[in-house]
Design a protein around this ligand. Structure first.
Ligand code: GLC
Ligand code: CA
Length: 562
């Protein structure tokens, strides 16, 4: 077995993998109907392997009326017909696996579409078999402590249904009635859904809205013990029936509440690191990584030996500031100039590149940071080429525009003309396909794409270092530089990130365990010298470096002459 294959079979394979999140609908249209599809993703697998990602997270692909981009499922066992068929799905998984790529999907357990036959049947009579699959009320006043997820759109978590003659509960849009987990059949059905797609070869799930399954009066109805038990049981089932598959939690909560989803490795092997994410941006705003450091100190020890924090800079939703304090929000909004209407749901519907003013240096700094930390980085499609957004589109559609493959009409995404696409292209000149596209950046060694690819290659070449859990923070005496060691028995990598917009010079006393002969893993305008076992670094504005030092080993004992 090759080293790579054996790594992929180990129970914590995911730490050596960089994941790529993509909406099928916006990636590549293979049949010219203006909508991205499964054969389209399959046609672009070479692009993904060239980029160096090892895993794909497919956003929802199930049958859905698309009131919430497929997070409103009307049949869990069918592929949305515009994306293709189950056979197309199987072919995609087969090809991906053939290239050593893992594929995870979205498991949406909290709610279904109001067009789902279960809800349609349930609302018609109080005796309907599926009535108890949903939460009903005559007053719509229960669970008043449960927070509303889409406060800009939904005035209440309860909506009156004329057909049912009662209110039904929904944490998200009114078109997404919540399931009632006190009905055992609901629990069983979700296990059936998970088994079905794992049976089709999925390598795991990102679990949507993980904290909200069970509701109890008088509580916030989030992260209840019953809900943890559900995930715990699902994990146990997958470990025994589908070994090597993974679960990633979406829990956008406080640090303490988020960490609990690991449950020491018994519940979620991977937890999306919502608490740290806004701090990456606040680090840029303050030209100082101190908030990032504080969160690392508070959260790195919580990832279990067999688990991983899942880092991300952006995703398909708004950049959530839900957990940020009022001061932090004020700092964010002061620093990042936002066009009118960019704020939504307690967050910001912008992509990475436009947020940082189209400046590749800041994109690379943060990307290199999530690639360097212990855990698993998730990249959002298009951020590797610095794609922009469209604030004029409704809600989070702003950040879900077609992938920009070429400088061509419809950006090489589809053969249909731009005005026939169901989701329009970015038109803002600095971010539009003419300025940012895959094929031009592939030819330019100074492009963002080329440099992101290089980072992924280096991370893969030093997988033993970067996929371990070992991490030692470095005290840089208040310098606006984040520094840490990624050590192992053979060698260590020193990672440094300058959050300031001024160059930084400084020195680091080398530990006795390494030889004082550095090898730069990146050539990024860094000059370093070593004297007296002290490493002197020079970092460009928003520059970063990864430097390797061989381990000093005790001399091997001489064979005794006997
Ligand atoms: C998650 C998804 C989001 C969706 C919501 C409701 O937060 O990321 O896109 O709207 O769940 O399913
Ligand atoms: Ca299509």
């Amino acid at each position: 077995m090759s080293a790579q294959a054996s790594e992929l079979r180990s129970p914590d394979w995911f730490r050596s993998v960089v994941f790529y999140e993509l909406p099928i609908r916006s990636f590549f249209d293979s049949n010219g109907d203006g909508i991205g599809d499964l054969p389209g993703v399959r046609a672009k697998l070479d692009y993904l392997t060239d980029l160096g990602v090892g895993g794909i997270w497919l956003l929802p692909f199930y049958r859905s009326p698309w009131r919430d981009d497929g997070y409103d499922i009307s049949n869990h066992y069918e592929i949305d017909p515009r994306f293709g068929t189950v056979a197309d799905f199987d072919a995609l998984i087969g090809d991906a696996h053939g290239r050593g790529l893992r594929v995870i999907g979205d498991l949406v357990t909290n709610h279904v579409s109001d067009e789902h036959p279960w809800f349609q049947e349930a609302r018609r009579s109080r005796d309907a078999p599926h009535r108890s699959w949903f939460l009903w009320s005559d007053t719509g006043t229960e669970f008043s402590r449960a927070r509303r997820m889409f406060p800009d759109y939904e005035p209440s978590n309860w909506t009156f249904d004329e057909v049912a003659g009662q209110y039904y509960f929904h944490r998200f849009f009114a078109t997404q009635p919540d399931l009632n987990y006190d009905t055992p059949a609901v629990h069983d059905e979700m296990f059936r859904v998970a088994r079905f797609w794992l049976g089709h070869g999925l390598d795991g799930f990102r679990c949507d809205a993980a904290p909200y399954l069970y509701k109890r009066e008088g509580t916030t109805c989030q992260s209840l013990p019953e809900t943890h038990r559900f995930w715990h049981d699902l994990h146990a089932m997958m470990e025994s029936e589908f070994p090597g598959t993974v679960l990633v939690s979406e829990a956008n909560q406080t640090i303490a509440e988020t960490v609990a989803y690991f449950d020491h490795g018994e519940e979620f092997p991977m937890v999306l690191h919502f608490p740290i994410m806004p701090n990456f941006y606040l680090g840029l705003a303050e030209n100082n990584p101190k908030r990032v450091l504080d969160v690392l100190r508070a959260t790195l020890p919580s990832a279990p030996e067999n688990g991983a924090w899942a880092y991300f800079l952006r995703n398909h939703d708004e950049l959530s500031l839900e957990q940020a304090s009022e001061d932090e929000k004020a700092l964010f909004f002061r620093y990042f100039p936002l066009p009118p209407g960019a704020r939504v749901h307690n967050g910001v519907r912008r992509r990475l590149a436009p947020l940082v003013g189209g400046e590749d240096g800041s994109v690379l700094l943060l990307t290199a940071l999530i690639l360097g930390l212990p855990g698993s980085p998730f990249l959002y499609y298009g951020d590797e080429i610095g794609m922009g957004d469209r604030i004029d589109l409704p809600d989070r559609d702003a950040v879900r525009t077609p992938m920009q493959w070429e400088n061509a009409p419809s950006a090489g995404f589809s053969t249909l003309p731009p005005d026939a696409l169901t989701r329009p292209l970015v038109t803002d000149p600095p971010f539009a396909p003419a300025a940012r596209n895959v094929s031009d950046q592939e030819l330019n060694t100074r492009s963002l794409l080329w440099r992101v690819r290089t980072l992924l290659r280096i991370r893969a070449a030093h997988s033993a270092i970067f996929s371990s859990n070992l991490y030692e923070g470095i005290d840089l005496g208040g310098a606006p530089v984040l520094g840490f060691w990624r050590p192992n028995a053979e060698y260590s990598v020193l990672c440094l990130y300058n959050f300031a917009t001024e160059p930084q010079n400084g020195s680091i006393a080398l530990p006795g365990s390494v030889w004082a002969s550095p090898v730069e893993l990146l050539r990024g305008g860094l000059a370093s010298t070593v004297a007296d076992h002290t490493f002197r670094y020079r970092l460009a504005p928003r520059g970063f470096s990864w430097t390797m030092f061989l381990a000093r080993r005790p001399p091997a004992p001489r064979p005794s002459a006997s």
